[in-house]
Structures are given as structure tokens and as C-alpha cells.
Design a protein. Structure first.
Length: 279
């Protein structure tokens, strides 16, 4: 008999891949649209859970754009903090997606038990959610870095938006951040990793885990890799060493050691190979 899994944020960049990966493993997936369920409304979430009666919840829903989080808007905090905390209170096995931005980027690589030290509101919100639920035996938190993957809109990822910007520039030069180091990670890989972990959440596995690709890249280097794949001249990509308005961590490399020890680790796809599937 199929087990039901509720995927929140199932229409997003990562969520779409998670829905596909779990369905391929025999899960009956419930992934409501925002129109069907406003996730920042507790009563709407209650109705959804009582209707679906899932054996597992995978929470991919979040406002993940740091600039949009900086005002500490109540609706953003409701999505990034109140939603995962509320989902955890139901006692249903919960796999919650978190971020490398819970760290300040000064002491990489980070193990799963490293102290949280966020630099911006997005990181603080995700850290607050983690702190509230990490000790619960039915909760698994999976931290991930910058994500990219198949999408109808290249602007949906902070990685592939670089390709969109190059195309929009029509031969003009574009400044690309060459300061912060990122580890761009392919969403189908993350989804396969989630599907591998899913049967064990709240059973043999709980607490915090990391999943990350291993290639260190600034956005400028990402753009240099993308340019020839989309017919652009790499000379259009100019390095930008100015600090961002909203602070970002320098290097938040996540150690995947604990995940590898489970025997369920899914090796990441090389960046260039993954780009061929996206661009």
C-alpha cells in the first residue's frame, strides 16, 4: 500500500523535483498549490493535514531570497519560522529543508553540530526554526546550499539567473559577484537524496544533516561556465568585488560527513554536467 507524503512548496524550484522523486519511489504525493492552501494560515494547514493524513511531511516551502527577508515581514516569518514549527507539533515525521545561511561563512567547512551564527534576516529566521524543532525525535533537518535545476524560468535560481542576465544584456558586459564562495547544487540530486532518506525520517534518522555539491564557485565563475552554453561571450562576465547591501556569508561549505555515514548518500552531479540539463 502506498504511503502518503505531503510536500509543501511542491511547485517551487526544489519542490517540483521532490514531488517527482518521491512519486518514483512509490509515495502518494500531496502537493497543494498556494491557491489551494495558504501555508501561513494555521487553520488552512490543519485542514490540509487532517484531509491528507500523511505518513511524512517534506517542507520545502520558504521565502529564500535574503533581500525579501530583511524587512522581517510577518508573512515571511510565518513561512520561514512559524510553518515548520507548526508542522512539527503534529508529531508526524517531518523532513525540513534549511540552509547554509545559518552560518556566517568564516569557519568552513561546517559540521552539522557547528554553532549557528547567521549574518542576515533570512539566516536568522531559518536558524530560529531549526532551534525550535531540531531536538524532536520525529524531525530531520536537511541543510542545503545555493540550488539550481530544471525550471521554466532561469530567474528562479540565484545561479541560473546569471544566464538570464547575460542573455538580457545582448552582448553588453554584466557585473557578477566574485566575492562569496558558493557550492551550486543540482535540485534533482537533492530530491533523490530526500527520497533516499524519506523512509527513515523519525525512525532511524533524525536531527541535522547536510547535503551539498563540492565545487567552490563564485557567481562570476558560474557565469563564465554558463556563457558558452548559451551562446554568450565569457568576456561579458566582469568580476564584482563590492560587498552586497544585505550581508552574505563568505564560504558556508557544508560537510556531508554525517550523511555519508548513513550509507544513503547520493553523490552530486558535476556543475558543468548539470548545466547541460538546465540550459
Amino acid at each position: 500500500m502506498e504511503k502518503t507524503v505531503l510536500v509543501t512548496g511542491g511547485s517551487g524550484l526544489l519542490g517540483r523535483q521532490v514531488v517527482s522523486a518521491l512519486a518514483a519511489e512509490g509515495w502518494q504525493v500531496v502537493a497543494p498549490t498556494h491557491a489551494a492552501c495558504d501555508l501561513i494560515q494555521p487553520e488552512a494547514v490543519r485542514g490540509l493535514l487532517e484531509s491528507a493524513r500523511p505518513a511524512l511531511i517534506v517542507n520545502c516551502a520558504a521565502e529564500r531570497h535574503p533581500d525579501a527577508c530583511e524587512a522581517e515581514d510577518a508573512s515571511v516569518r510565518a513561512l520561514n519560522v512559524d510553518l515548520p514549527v507548526g508542522l512539527a507539533t503534529w508529531g508526524i515525521p517531518l523532513l525540513h529543508i534549511s540552509t547554509d545561511y545559518v552560518f556566517d561563512g568564516r569557519n568552513a567547512p561546517y559540521e552539522t553540530d557547528a554553532p549557528r551564527c547567521p549574518l542576515n534576516a533570512y539566516g536568522r529566521q531559518k536558524a530560529a526554526a531549526e532551534a525550535a524543532i531540531e531536538a524532536l525525535p520525529h524531525v530531520l533537518i536537511l541543510r542545503v546550499p545555493l540550488l539550481f535545476g530544471p525550471t521554466p524560468d532561469l530567474r528562479a535560481s540565484a545561479a541560473t539567473v546569471l544566464a538570464a542576465n547575460l542573455l538580457a544584456a545582448k552582448g553588453a558586459c554584466v557585473l557578477m559577484d566574485d566575492l562569496a564562495i558558493r557550492y551550486p547544487t543540482f535540485t534533482p540530486d537533492v530530491a533523490r537524496q530526500i527520497a533516499a532518506l524519506a523512509p527513515n525520517v523519525g525512525r532511524s534518522l533524525n536531527g541535522i544533516f547536510h547535503y551539498s555539491a563540492e565545487e567552490p564557485m563564485t557567481k562570476h565563475l558560474m557565469a563564465l561556465t554558463m556563457a558558452p552554453l548559451i551562446g554568450c561571450d565569457p568576456a561579458q562576465c566582469l568580476p564584482d568585488h563590492r560587498p552586497p547591501t544585505v550581508p552574505r556569508p563568505y564560504d558556508c561549505h557544508l560537510s556531508v560527513r554525517r550523511l555519508q555515514q548513513t550509507g544513503l548518500y547520493v553523490p552530486p552531479t558535476p556543475f558543468a554536467s548539470a548545466l547541460l540539463q538546465v540550459l
